[in-house]
Design a protein around this ligand. Structure first.
Ligand code: DHE
Length: 550
């Protein structure tokens, strides 16, 4: 086991991370011992290291870092009583899943992973997973790097650009974030922010852009400087997906919250310097009374209330919505609301009073009354809802919050305003073609269009196109295929500040691009390509992200 721990540490150390004093954590005493590799399965230390890296990069998000399962089933050598033992599946069974994917939303990895990598994973998955070493406030603080202290930063913008229409665009595999001026479409800078950046958020003032990566690294980008600049960075865990800041009046740009996947915890930091303030582990019992104590209780989506001093942190495996009061950030008061498993992504309704989140393993959407810290309703929608932050539209059916689904071809419209049908699915429609694979939906208060992608659909025709629906009739208006010279899967949408342009990313193909559409005419307005456009994924407009416009 000592070898396995060393392997894990090596693996984590290989993740590009250049913070000052970036120390490797100590190996846990109790984790030391005999190797757990199965006698029948031959795997060398070097292969174990490579397999861990592939698993961490490609599989841990759905199957869990400790392989106990989440959105995807557990992948343990002897099973867990619910899912098959990987030893029983054997090389051929594991290969079939890896190569073909599943109708439930697992992508087919043939063509993405090499033959060597697939073969290795068929053996790696049959031996016990490595143990995650501790990573608390000390380890976090050791990685903290305040590059430009607050006193040395400009007090007002050093330029005349419109920061509210800046876009932060993630170049996932390059571990970079590009800042693009949405008015002029110029690339201002491409910053190295960490391995496989996942999402961006902006500060309540709109000045700072925060990135968080799969390596648990958080970076602050200051938009006041002539060229946006990284002013601080820290690592909050080995693995993560979410970051948010305090948004209530009086707390603007004050505190930052970070959600750890591995280890699973909620960390609070100073939002201007990233100095760690407190860490609260999220392990505990599940929402449904199951007796098992869940160590891997990963923090999935996080949103910040604009009216109350709280963040809403969604603890995936436990199905708990944690309302975190940040008025005393050293000892945050956390109200736990038991809901459904496994919580993943979600966003506000149009009033900002209610938060809706997907419990994707239960095929449900959970509705939380944020100021009153109460569960409102758990609504059955479809197979594996995946809304992103969802989106809000309005038509004769009422105010509707929309989710797409990963596991089936369905868009569900939940009525959010008071009256008959509130908190029920009042309409369901299909996107074009067959099968699921949709990841994101988007509209804008000024738009009459609803945009939907099909990123994980196995059909290349569908995964490279986006559907646009009329928000009044909910009829499909147009399917937009990848423009000439653009190749890959279409993913994620963002409107500009004015709400008249939609930006779509093309990644995982031979010709990555950011395609900008005129939202009224649905014609291509601009295609952004170049050496620096490498597998773009999420795009975050400063104004829309700051004010939760979606
Ligand atoms: Fe994401 C949001 C987790 C795969 C692109 N993704 C989120 C959030 C979570 C999450 C918890 C919500 C953050 C928040 O709102 O605070 N995503 C995961 C995974 O665990 C998963 C399934 C597997 C993994 O290993 O990461 C996963 N995600 C993907 C992708 O494959 C995508 C398409 C490209 C990528 O980055 O690898 C992807 N996820 C995104 C984007 C958002 C996101 C663009 C932000 C959406 C938004 O508008 O807020």
């Amino acid at each position: 086991m000592r070898k396995l721990n060393l392997i894990l540490i090596l693996l984590l150390a290989t993740v590009v991370f250049s913070c000052k004093n970036d120390k490797k954590p100590e190996v846990k005493e109790e984790a030391k011992g005999e190797t757990t590799a199965s006698k029948e399965i031959q795997i060398t230390d070097a292969e174990m290291e490579e397999g861990s890296k592939i698993f961490f990069d490609r599989c841990a998000g759905c199957h869990g870092s400790s392989r106990k399962g989440a959105t995807g089933p557990s992948l343990l050598p002897d099973g867990d009583g619910k899912s098959a033992a990987t030893k029983a599946l054997g090389v051929a069974g594991i290969r079939a899943f890896i190569e073909n994917g599943t109708p439930g939303g697992m992508p087919e990895w043939k063509g993405i992973l090499s033959e060597h990598e697939i073969e290795l994973m068929t053996r790696f998955l049959q031996v016990a997973p490595p143990v995650v070493p501790p990573f608390g406030i000390k380890e976090m603080t050791d990685t903290w790097n305040l590059i430009i202290p607050v006193a040395d930063r400009p007090t007002k913008p050093e330029h005349n650009r419109n920061i509210g229409n800046y876009f932060g665009v993630i170049m996932r595999d390059a571990g970079k974030v590009a800042i693009i001026d949405g008015d002029t479409k110029e690339k201002l800078v491409v910053l190295k922010t960490g391995f496989a950046v996942h999402i961006l958020r902006t500060s309540a003032s709109g000045r700072y852009i925060y990135s968080v990566g799969r390596d648990g690294r958080i970076t602050i980008i200051d938009t006041y400087t002539k060229i946006p600049t990284i002013v601080a960075e820290v690592r909050g865990a080995f693995d993560s997906r979410s970051v948010e800041v305090s948004k209530m009046k009086g707390y603007e740009d004050k505190y930052l919250v970070f959600g750890g996947y591995s280890p699973s915890h909620i960390a609070i930091m100073d939002a201007q310097t990233l100095e760690p303030i407190s860490v609260t582990p999220t392990a505990g019992k599940a929402c449904d009374g199951d007796k098992e104590f869940i160590e891997e209780a990963r923090v999935a989506s996080i949103v910040a209330s604009h009216t109350d001093p709280v963040w809403i942190c969604n603890v995936k495996e436990r199905g708990m919505v944690d309302i975190v009061d940040y008025t005393d950030p050293k000892n945050p008061k956390i109200t736990e609301i038991p809901t459904a498993r496994f919580l993943h992504d979600g966003g506000f309704d149009s009033t900002g009073h209610y938060f809706l989140v997907a419990a994707n393993a239960s095929n449900k959407i959970v509705v939380i009354d944020v100021p009153n810290k109460k569960l409102v309703k758990i609504i059955e929608t479809g197979i594996k809802p995946h809304p992103g932050r969802g989106t809000n539209i309005k038509n004769k059916l009422g105010n509707l919050w929309v989710t797409s689904h990963l596991g089936e071809n369905k868009l569900s419209f939940i009525k959010t305003n008071p009256g008959e049908g509130q908190w029920t699915v009042v309409k369901e429609i299909k996107a074009s073609g067959t099968g699921g694979g949709a990841l994101f939906v988007k509209s804008h208060p000024k738009s009459k269009h609803l945009w939907v992608d099909r990123t994980l659909n196995p059909d290349a025709k569908l995964n490279s196109a986006v559907d646009v629906f009329d928000t009044n009739t909910l009829e499909l208006k147009k399917t937009l295929s990848a423009p000439e010279g653009v190749d890959g899967r279409a993913v994620h949408f963002e409107y500009n500040k004015a709400g008249d342009e939609v930006w779509v990313s093309y990644f995982m193909g031979k010709k990555s691009a950011i395609v900008i559409y005129n939202d009224k005419t649905l014609k291509v307005k601009k295609i952004i390509q170049g050496d620096w456009v490498e597998n773009p994924t999420g795009k975050f407009n400063v104004n829309n992200t700051t004010h939760d416009v979606y």
